[in-house]
Design a protein around this ligand. Structure first.
Ligand SMILES: *Cc1c(COP(=O)(O)O)cnc(C)c1O
Length: 350
């Protein structure tokens, strides 16, 4: 007899990118972390944390953080729900909405965790392939009309975006919930967050991991009408956001100038990196994220990945059918990007 539930026995667990020790001598361009430190105000908040904050349970809804997010984005705090990273909010959403017979739909390739979370829940997945331009397959998704449809926008691993108009059109054609995963919105030109005001079936997920340089803190939030958030609140862990994350994250989210300044720098570096990669002969998908997806017509992606890794440069390689000839590369500092380009230049000429 099996030790586990059948779907757990058969589960394909999510495989995160390699995470070397913090002081390892590598150029880390594989998990879309921010190359710049978090806001000095967040670091200062961390230094001043008192022992009482650690001794007591945190606020179950991280009210202080929630208020700060509401103020920053001009939403009532009751429209904001905090999570232990946006992965936690995805977990809550899938737990609350799908089950056997109630599928989750999403276009692929995208964030692989959606599939893992559905499998844990024993829920079917409806995966609709993107075309090579990553246009939204709006007809197919609206025809499926799953209880939950998820769109990462910008998408990972492509970095491409769907317009807000298209998302609105999709939402109008769905009876089910539309979740828009805006993990990379800080590096893009547009957000769907205002759509939540018109529909109680739209939820937007954000994280402080990428644009705020706080992947290690584990903090994200959802914005939706309170009636939609109520389902997530019911199934979340009681103290899903720890006191340190709520306190430090509040300082970070309030320092809008800092996060915007860092994002501007990364967007500028992204432009330079795209130009240089194109010169090297790579096809680069148009990215509005802090990473780029690239394909070279002559060099095997898996081999490039291995050789770069041996030289201390980590990028992301997905051994999946549609991605096996591509690499996803996080935009680093100009200096890091230059070292990558130097390594690729010599690799491609040999
Ligand atoms: C990084 C990422 C997340 C998860 O972010 P956390 O807040 O660190 O859990 C969610 N969605 C996508 C598409 C991501 O790339």
């Amino acid at each position: 007899m099996s030790r586990f539930r059948k779907n757990v026995e058969n589960l394909h667990p999510y495989v995160p990118g390699e995470q070397p020790e913090a002081d390892a001598d590598v150029i880390k361009l594989n998990t879309n972390e921010n190359p710049y430190p978090p806001s000095p105000r967040a670091v200062e908040a961390l230094r001043t944390i008192g022992s009482d904050l650690l001794r007591r349970y945190p606020q179950p809804l991280a009210d202080v953080f929630r208020d700060a997010v509401g103020k920053t984005l001009n939403f009532d705090p009751s429209w904001v729900l905090a999570g232990n990273g946006s992965d936690d909010l995805l977990t809550q959403l899938i737990r609350a909405v799908v089950e056997p017979g109630r599928p989750v739909a999403y276009p692929t390739p995208t964030y692989v965790l959606y599939r893992t979370l559905a499998e844990i829940q024993d829920a079917p997945t409806e995966e609709v392939p993107y075309n090579d331009n990553y246009d939204l397959p709006i007809d197919a998704l609206s025809k499926i009309d799953a209880p939950l449809t998820i769109i990462a926008n910008p998408n990972s691993p492509s970095g491409t975006v769907i317009t807000i108009k298209e998302l609105q059109d999709l939402a109008d054609r769905l009876q089910g919930i539309l979740a828009i995963d805006e993990a990379y919105v800080g590096f893009s030109n547009s957000s769907a967050i205002e759509l939540t005001r018109q529909s109680d079936r739209i939820i937007v997920l954000r994280t402080l991991s990428k644009s705020h340089g706080l992947a290690g803190l584990r903090l994200g939030f959802a914005v939706a009408q309170p009636s939609l958030l109520s389902g997530l609140t019911k199934v979340k862990d009681s103290y899903n956001v720890d006191a340190v994350a709520a306190y430090v994250g509040t300082a970070a989210i309030q320092d809008i100038n800092y996060s915007q300044d860092v994002a501007r720098r990364i967007v500028a570096s992204r432009g330079k990196l795209i130009a240089a990669m194109t010169t090297l002969g790579f096809h680069v998908w148009p990215s509005q994220a802090n990473f780029i997806l690239v394909r070279h017509p002559h060099a095997a992606a898996g081999q490039l990945y291995e050789t770069l890794k041996a030289q201390g440069i980590l990028v992301r390689y997905f051994a999946e059918p549609k991605l096996s000839d591509t690499l996803r590369i996080t935009v680093g500092t100009d200096d890091q990007n230059d070292q990558l380009l130097k390594a690729l230049t010599s690799l491609l000429s040999s």
